[in-house]
Design a protein around this ligand. Sequence first.
Ligand code: ZN
Ligand code: ZN
Length: 275
Amino acid sequence: MSILSCAHVHTPYCDGKTPAAEMAKRALNLGFLSLGFSSHAPQTFDPGYCIDPAREEAYQAEIRALKREYADRMTIYLGVERDLCSCCSTADYDYFIASFHYFTKPDGHHTPVDASPEQLKQYVDAYCSGDGLEMARRYFSAVRDYVLSSRAPIIGHYDLVRKNNASLHLYDENSPAYQTIALDALRPLADTGALLEVNTGAMARGYLFTPYPDVFLLKAWKTWGGEVIINSDCHDARLLTAGFSEAEALLCSLGYDHAVRLGRDTLWERFALGR
Ligand SMILES: [Zn+2]
Ligand SMILES: [Zn+2]
């Protein structure tokens, strides 16, 4: 296993289960050369899920202290998983992950994409005339616009809508109609230099058998010359490398010979896959 890093790691400042210090210890024990913390950025709703805006500085201070403590053994980075609905600046962070977790309804309230299937179904019925493909169209165009406007370095779990589609069957993931929507929104992102995250979190938690994004997207991304980063979207230190070997094998089978990770000496570095 050559990955030895993860840039998508949560802490108890958001909905993570493992304290940052314990996570760092686990990463070092696994031989990691770098580790990036990326708690959910502060937002004004769904408080149990994100960093409390009043505690954002404490989060930053704790990760910076760990960064100093581990400096001679492993490079620790201060990141954040930023949603379109987040209310934090990215200026204070080493990097951020652009993720889209919520549809904003006409009344200003939000419907999570990846929480309960019932909530997403209600959104599709109420605002997309029951049309799952229309929901997918809105989702992917919102992700595209967010990545483009934020100049995000990492595109988080690009096709997160797959999680609830597994039980809701809102659309056929193998249909040309769906795949065209997902591909068309992804195409312009390849030219931005953003890293497409190969996210094993749903595999680790038993929701999906393959990482985000789907194979047809990874194939296309490669033909467009895009770069990938493998992350476990870790909320529990025991699962820090869950799905990594499967993701690496999948990428190798698709012809990827390298991926990108947080570096020991530089923010990003390429490394060879399958070694
Ligand atoms: Zn996320
Ligand atoms: Zn996450």
